[in-house]
Write a protein that binds this ligand. Structure first.
Ligand SMILES: O=C(O)CCC(=O)C(=O)O
Length: 274
């Protein structure tokens, strides 16, 4: 077993600095900026992982095979007007950048990523979803502790995240936090579509995910952090004047069963590997 694989299997995450060079990070930042500048919202959809407010609207639920922009919760004033230019108001873009956008597709299918996945024992990875997360200055929302398996459920569990810092991620601007070894925790809940429309959490184990022992993962620009699907992880709000832009791609195993009521469905868009 390689060193990185045993480290990943022990901790449930792996930090690989300097995975992307500055030019790649800058190209992704530029492309995301263009997508937002081209965005003409006729639907206001806000992304939050706070339980009480997660929106299960059609704009979100139908984004598995689309490129769609979701607003920050704090982007609007009490009258519903944007407080700031749209480029500084978007929380994230999801969820098929890796298939539909040439710049993101190129980076997502970097052969070095395929090699990293193979070195961690991921035998048949398929690229299921991608997200561009802005973590905007001053209003960047918190992402509460969660297990990615909750959202990308397969039997057996196989969701694995590849998260890239496109700018320095620090304690001040909302870097990731993770619980070393926490991937041994059983799944707490499953987010899935419900009959009649929408999606909801099914509680499987009502114990909260452990917070004690979580460590910050500050990540210089270009870092790749691999996250096991059962690993509790989170990120804090960004109240600093600097954004913390990141890109993430989640893969599942081709031989695992992907549930037909998972919130993320891709219609006719085929699932492909690296
Ligand atoms: O970038 C963040 O703040 C959270 C990302 C995350 O939870 C993920 O990619 O699974």
């Amino acid at each position: 077993m390689t060193g990185v694989r045993s480290e990943y299997e022990r901790d449930g995450f792996l930090v690989v600095e300097s995975f992307f060079d500055d030019a790649t990070c800058d190209a992704l930042i530029e492309r995301a900026g263009q997508i937002v500048r081209d965005f003409r919202p006729d639907t206001i959809s806000i992304f939050t992982t706070h339980e009480q407010t997660r929106r299960s609207d059609a704009y979100f639920l139908d984004s598995g095979d689309q490129i769609r922009c979701f607003f920050e919760e704090d982007a609007f004033d009490e009258h519903g007007a944007l407080r700031r230019p749209i480029e500084q108001a978007i929380n994230k873009i999801g969820h098929a950048l890796h298939d539909l956008d040439p710049v993101f597709a190129h980076a997502s299918r970097d052969p070095r990523l395929a090699a990293l996945a193979a070195s961690l024992g991921l035998a048949h990875p398929l690229l299921l979803q991608s997200m561009y997360i802005f973590k905007q200055p001053f209003i960047g929302g918190e992402v509460t502790s969660h297990q990615d398996h909750t959202f990308l459920w397969t039997d057996p569990p196989s969701a694995t995240g590849f998260w890239f810092a496109l700018e320095d991620a620090t304690l001040d601007n909302g870097c990731l936090w993770a619980l070393p070894g926490g991937h041994a925790e059983p799944p707490r809940k499953r987010f899935h579509r419900v009959p009649g429309g929408g999606a909801a959490y099914e509680i499987l184990d009502d114990r909260p995910l452990p917070e004690a022992g979580m460590v910050p993962l500050p990540a210089p620009k270009g870092t790749c952090i691999v996250l096991h699907g059962l690993l509790p992880h989170r990120s804090g709000p960004n109240r600093s004047p600097r954004s913390r832009q990141a890109y993430s791609v989640h893969v599942i195993d081709a031989h695992a069963h992907y549930h037909p009521d998972n919130w993320l469905q891709r219609g006719a868009l085929p699932l492909r590997g690296f």
